[in-house]
Every structure is written in structure tokens, then in C-alpha cells.
Design a protein around this ligand. Structure first.
Ligand code: ZN
Length: 161
């Protein structure tokens, strides 16, 4: 099963994004239905059509990172990226595949550093892509640059805790 993230929707959001109004759309890996997943929820998002758990892929920024990532009960994989960054476009789909592989265990939070200067500073993201694994608001692992897909997936698995 491969995860298809609706990049059109995500990209459209990034340019004109206001906190929790994000249009976080993921395509259900089981039935192909497009679902809007909440940026914040107590449980895990499920497909409106087939009720299977959905990979949780959301967009966050300076305004809502607290609520979306720091307060998450689930492990959070943060992707610090920017639209102009070629290696970021390589790792993006790998991270989404990892979120799909570990449904219910990890929330993938995509942060466009161009729109989130405070987060770029907080995580010292001078080089992107920078990926973080966080639990309870603490960074437990950090990966800078674009490793191979296999190495990146292994990094995610090894740091899920
Ligand atoms: Zn479904």
C-alpha cells in the first residue's frame, strides 16, 4: 500500500495558512477516499468511508505548533522543509510513507520554515530538511539532510519509542 498525500491541497494551504484552519487532506490508503484530518484530536483520525485509521499528516506553523505537536500524546515526526528545497521534496514522500507504515503511532507534522521563523529558530533549522522525532514536547532524535529512503525509514522506526 502506498500513501498518496494530496499535495495540491497541502500546497494550496501553505501559501495562505491560518492556524487551525488548515486543510489537511490525506487520501485513505485502504479505499482512496479523501479525508480532511484534524490538526489536533484526542484519538487517531479514521476514514469517513471505511473507518480504517488514517495516516496523520498535518501542517503546523508558529501559531499552532504548541497545540499540534508539543501537546501530542503520540510521537511526533516533524518535517522542517521549504518549497524551494529539492532534498525536502525527496524526503517528504518517504516521511509520508513512514507515517502510513506506523499509523496510530506517529503524527507527521510538516512545518514550512519560510512561514515559521520562530520554529526555525527554536530547532536551529539552518539546514533543511531537518527532521525531528518528538515526544511530550521534547526532541528525542534529529536528522539533518536527506538520507536514502531506507535509512530514513529505519531512523523513523528506531526512534518511535
Ligand atoms: Zn477509507
Amino acid at each position: 500500500m502506498s500513501l498518496k498525500v494530496d499535495w495540491g491541497a497541502l500546497t494550496g494551504v501553505d501559501d495562505d495558512y491560518h492556524g487551525l484552519m488548515a486543510n489537511n487532506v490525506v487520501v485513505c490508503p485502504s479505499c482512496g477516499t479523501r479525508n480532511r484530518v484534524p490538526a489536533v484530536a484526542s484519538g487517531i483520525p479514521k476514514c469517513a468511508n471505511c473507518k480504517q485509521p488514517l495516516p496523520w499528516v498535518v501542517v503546523a506553523d508558529d501559531l499552532n505548533f504548541d497545540e499540534v505537536a508539543d501537546s501530542s500524546k503520540m510521537s511526533v515526526l516533524v518535517d522542517l522543509w521549504a518549497p524551494w528545497c529539492g532534498p525536502c521534496r525527496q524526503v517528504g514522500p518517504v516521511l509520508e510513507a513512514a507515517a502510513n507504515e506506523h499509523v496510530g503511532k506517529v503524527k507527521l507534522v510538516k512545518v514550512n520554515v519560510d512561514n515559521s521563523p520562530q520554529l526555525a529558530q527554536r530547532f536551529d533549522a539552518r539546514s533543511i530538511p531537518t527532521m525531528l522525532m518528538m515526544r511530550n514536547g521534547q526532541t528525542v532524535a534529529r536528522q539533518v539532510g536527506a538520507p536514502s529512503a531506507a535509512a530514513l525509514k529505519a531512523w523513523v522506526s528506531n526512534n518511535l519509542g
